[in-house]
Design a protein around this ligand. Structure first.
Ligand code: SAH
Length: 406
């Protein structure tokens, strides 16, 4: 591994305004630009920022400086001073691996080994698909450390190839050291489509051109659960993407599954993924906007035993929150009309700006309004390879509703 010229790292002493200092003491990983009261030098992306208590001058935390981001310092280490070196990265990755240990005793060889801030590596995501590791970077701060981290990741995960993905923002501004999105950093890749297992069900991910790192691992436990309830049932999977829920349902013995997505390409991979597993149920695909598709299915009086609605994030920014909430309400309202008598509705949200409480409240108000009795069977959050270390780290929530209860 020798992708990046070795870069000198500056050490910058920083002091914060009182409210920000309180957040750091609570181990919140973000320091905003306007909360810095003193900074010993300007610095560049990836320089080490060491935060000292404003009054007592003692070490509080250290992190990496991100001069172009409103989140100016991304914190790695709290309370106890430690050198951020190869050993620190090895320890951090080993402790992340430890948290995934029980998941890896299941028939699963795809997992998120590093979940950004939640694993002490802000803006750094790493997913494993069989023996391919896919890194997705969201910040320039990681370039000076990339070689060291990749070497450690290879050793700990035993990956045979490493692919680099970069966020659009990262690609559009600042120095990227001639690295390209989709570049192979290590090993070889015969095919950009990688086969992997999720609780015994086989999937494929395009690690070079797929969304994010190629697949969404976060719903694994929910998909397994839907698979487990699908025997001889009819299932509707709205926003199916590559068929996460649909394929588990088919593998679980569903009679018929309909996958609906606006993307023809996503549905083609859902079909390919279904074919990777033995199943006797039928798989229909429907290319449509979810809201229009649901309205059409309602007008055709179609009903399904299980309806799953797992949309993309509707609130990528603050200004979209209200609309996002309205969209969740519309989806719950439309979705409940699709559920057959005594069927199950599964509603999910991945917008971190809409809290779990708000989402469940919105969904359940619509279910009450439908006039049908229902029971909330369960509410679930992230799978174990997506640990949550701070409030903004929590984005996924999923409600299971049994309809027409007494
Ligand atoms: N449920 C999936 C993940 C969904 S990702 C899983 O378990 O893996 C979100 C999906 O929503 C993407 O595939 C995207 O193509 C699709 N999408 C976005 N906007 C849409 C719309 N208006 N109607 C239907 N699908 C949409």
């Amino acid at each position: 591994m020798n992708t990046i010229p070795s870069l000198p790292i500056n050490r910058i002493a920083v002091k914060l305004k009182p409210s920000a200092e309180r957040m750091v003491k609570k181990q919140h990983p973000w320091v905003f630009q306007n909360s810095i009261s003193k900074q010993s030098m300007e610095g560049k992306a990836g320089d080490l920022a060491i935060i000292y208590d404003a009054k007592k001058n003692k070490f509080l935390a250290c992190g990496l400086l991100d001069p172009d981001s409103p989140i100016r310092i991304k914190l790695l280490q709290f309370a106890t001073p430690k050198t951020i070196d190869a050993e620190w990265f090895a320890d951090t990755i080993k402790s992340a691996m430890h948290k995934r240990k029980s998941l890896l005793t299941t028939d699963t060889n795809s997992y998120r080994i590093l979940f950004g801030e939640n694993d002490h590596m802000p803006g750094f995501i790493a997913d494993v698909y069989a023996d391919v590791l896919v890194i997705k970077l969201y910040s320039h701060i990681w370039f000076p450390y990339l070689d060291t981290i990749v070497c450690n990741l290879i050793e700990i995960t035993k990956a045979k190839s490493v692919v680099l993905r970069m966020s659009r923002l990262l690609q559009s501004k600042g120095e990227t050291f001639d690295l390209q999105d989709g570049q192979l950093l290590y090993g070889t890749l015969k095919n950009e489509v990688i086969l992997f297992r999720e609780h015994g069900v086989v999937f494929s991910a395009n690690v070079i051109h797929g969304h994010k790192t190629g697949y969404f691992l976060d719903h694994r436990h929910n998909r397994k659960r839907v698979g487990g309830m699908s025997k001889n049932k009819t299932v509707l999977d709205i926003f199916s993407y590559a068929g996460g829920f649909s394929v588990h349902a088919l593998a679980g013995g569903a009679k018929a599954v309909t996958s609906l997505d606006i993307s023809q390409q996503a549905l083609a991979s859902a079909q390919d993924n279904a074919k990777l597993n033995t199943h006797s149920g039928t798989h229909h695909i429907m290319v449509a906007d979810a809201f229009e598709g649901l309205a059409q299915l309602i007008s055709e009086k179609k009903k399904f035993d299980i309806v799953v609605i797992d949309p993309p994030s509707f609130a990528k920014r603050e200004s979209e929150i209200l609309r996002a909430k309205q969209s969740y309400a519309r989806l719950a309202k439309l979705g409940v009309q699709m559920v057959a008598p005594s069927g199950i509705l599964v509603l999910a949200s991945c917008s971190s700006r809409v809290t779990a409480e708000e989402f469940f409240e919105i969904s359940e108000s619509e279910l009450y309004r439908s006039g049908r009795n229902f029971n909330s069977i369960d509410k679930t959050y992230h799978d174990s390879d997506h640990p949550i270390a701070f409030p903004e780290g929590a984005y996924l929530k999923c409600g299971y509703y049994q309809m027409d209860t007494e």
